[in-house]
Write a protein that binds this ligand. Structure first.
Ligand code: ACM
Ligand code: ZN
Length: 544
């Protein structure tokens, strides 16, 4: 086990990894491959690992500037978990270790240089984030020697930087709700894989999950699916039981701060104009028909959406976003934009009057009007919007970033028209799909998307010029939770597909010949995850 996670015991499993590390195979060549036995994912850009290794023991003399105090603290607490407090002389030198953390702005901002040699750890990052990522690599390199009940670090020289700036995971907390404790554990797993973005899908037809002080009914009414029966909640009875939950603003701040300590930005998603039934159940006057509505109890796409002809809709959404902006310091807000049926708009007197007044030729242009109006509000407050690729229809808002989910075309169209894009095509970025064709898999949506497909994903679509390629910011895995009721199930769907995507995004495009090496490292990495209480889907273990 690599010394990575918080609770650490010298458990009795002999490590194959350690046997390899100690044996003749430790004469590693400088071929940039991750050495056998080190569960480092994502693979760094450049490696050089020397012979031998040293026991972590004794005091760590740590030097770090004040700006790196948080990273220094991380290193200290790792040291206290992994090192022997008093040197055991029988283990030979070094009995004293030193570490130096520093920032070198000539390195890429998230990049780092790490050297470990004769009891010295030297880590320079392009920023505090770079130092943080260097520490993640360091922690994964400390391997347990179960026989001696110690951890050892090999001699290392690593130079590393990410291939993509946007490395994300999405989580839908509307269809099923996941509490703050789970989110923190989830963020730990993201940080470990050097993912830097958490896309938090906070509202949808089936539940509004963020407290908005000005509109308390959003959570009092919109946070709950009604139902006459009592629990236990299960997939079979999900539409007949009361179910719900939400985050207070205090909890939102707590999650955002926890993520920031791990260099993860949090992008809140507030769905508009569609996927809005939970909000409309609370405030039906914002729908076209202005009649009572229910928080959705089944899955799908629903005709009742925010009325685009009613100025009160925009006033409401602007007030909501003003509170959201105060909670999320990052530059992005995701405003949804997907799957908005135009049925109600086409029959609504207000919406049709809006179309006439604004010279809009159809309801697609009305959707574009809606998104552009919300974008102006966001931009005026220093925020940028992201929307699902339907925001291209009827004309793209001037500064919007497109999240391409219905294949790659949306991302390509965005990049070709000078916009940034984030690639999340269903295959291979939807982690709610099946990952194995075996009996007994939990019910899933949307077909087959195995870890191998994720690993071989080419993020930048074909047919873009070098300039357009730069507008592909990166990618993310999406976890829609219609059929995921528990944290355990979410983790099962995420790991190891998230780690495969993390390697594609950090290390760069992967080829089939890299797959066996990834699987070998993933075996060790999965064991670490499991020992830290995460659930990992086992199918990749069968792969060669
Ligand atoms: C989506 O999957 N509706 C973005
Ligand atoms: Zn309307």
């Amino acid at each position: 086990m690599a010394c990575r996670f918080t609770s650490l015991k010298f458990v009795g499993h002999a490590l194959l990894a350690w046997a390899i590390l100690c044996g003749p195979a430790s004469l590693w060549s400088q071929n940039n491959a991750v050495p056998p036995g080190l569960p480092v994912i994502p693979a760094p850009a450049s490696w050089n690992v020397g012979n031998g290794s040293a026991v972590l023991q004794g005091t760590l003399n740590l030097k770090a500037p004040a700006a790196l105090e948080r990273e220094a603290q991380l290193l200290r607490s790792w040291w206290s978990r992994c090192s022997l407090p008093a040197p055991r002389t029988a283990l030979q030198q070094p009995e004293e270790w030193s570490a130096q953390l520093s920032v070198d702005v000539s390195l890429p901002a998230e990049g780092y240089k790490l050297r470990v040699q004769s009891g010295k750890i030297m880590l320079e990052g392009g920023s505090d984030a770079g130092v943080f990522y260097g520490l993640q690599t360091l922690f994964l390199c400390a391997v347990e020697d179960t026989a001696a009940a110690v951890y050892r670090l090999p001699k290392l020289e690593v130079e590393d930087r990410p291939a993509f700036a946007y490395r994300g995971m999405h989580l839908d907390v509307s269809r099923h709700f996941f509490g703050v404790e789970f989110l923190k554990k989830h963020l730990d797993a993201l940080a470990r894989a050097k993912m830097n973005t958490f896309h938090w899908h906070l509202t949808d037809d089936q539940g509004w999950r963020i407290e908005i002080k000005k509109y308390p009914l959003l959570t009092q009414v919109g946070g709950w699916r009604s139902g006459s029966q009592q629990g236990p909640y299960s997939l079979q009875y999900f539409d007949t039981l009361r179910y719900g939950g939400f985050y207070t603003q205090e909890e939102i701040r707590e999650v955002v701060a926890y993520a920031a300590e791990r260099h993860i930005r949090v992008i809140p998603e507030l769905e508009m104009p569609g996927h809005a039934l939970a909000a409309l159940a609370a405030y039906p006057e914002l729908s076209c028909r202005q009649k009572p509505l229910e928080v959705a109890r089944g899955w799908g796409v629903f005709d009742d959406v925010f009325c685009a002809g009613n100025d009160s809709t925009f006033a409401f959404l602007e007030n909501v976003l003003a509170e959201v902006f105060a909670l999320f310091p990052g530059e992005y807000v995701h405003i949804g934009g997907d799957e908005c049926p135009k049925t109600r708009w086409n029959e609504c007197a207000r919406c049709t009057a809006r179309m006439r007044a604004e010279g809009l030729k159809d309801a697609h242009e009305l959707q574009s009007y809606f998104i552009q109006r919300m974008e102006r509000f966001a931009n005026n407050r220093g925020k940028k919007i992201i929307g699902w690729d339907e925001i291209l229809e009827g004309g793209l808002a001037p500064n919007a970033t497109v999240m391409s989910w219905r294949g790659e075309e949306g991302g390509k169209a965005a990049a070709k028209s000078g916009h940034n894009a984030i690639m999340t095509p269903g295959k291979p970025c939807y982690f709610d799909h099946y990952q194995a064709k075996v009996d007994g898999e939990p019910h899933a949506i949307g077909g087959y998307n195995p870890v191998e497909a994720v690993y071989l994903y080419s993020v930048v679509p074909d047919g873009l010029s070098p300039e357009e390629q730069k507008r592909i910011l990166g990618s993310q895995g999406n976890v829609w939770t219609e059929y995921m009721l528990t944290p355990d199930h979410v983790e099962y769907m995420m790991h190891p597909r998230m780690e495969a995507l993390a390697e594609v995004l950090w290390t760069g495009p992967r080829k089939p010949e890299h797959l066996p090496d990834f699987q070998r490292r993933m075996r060790l990495y999965a064991r670490d995850l499991e020992r830290s209480g995460y659930r990992v889907a086992p199918h990749f273990l069968n792969s060669k």
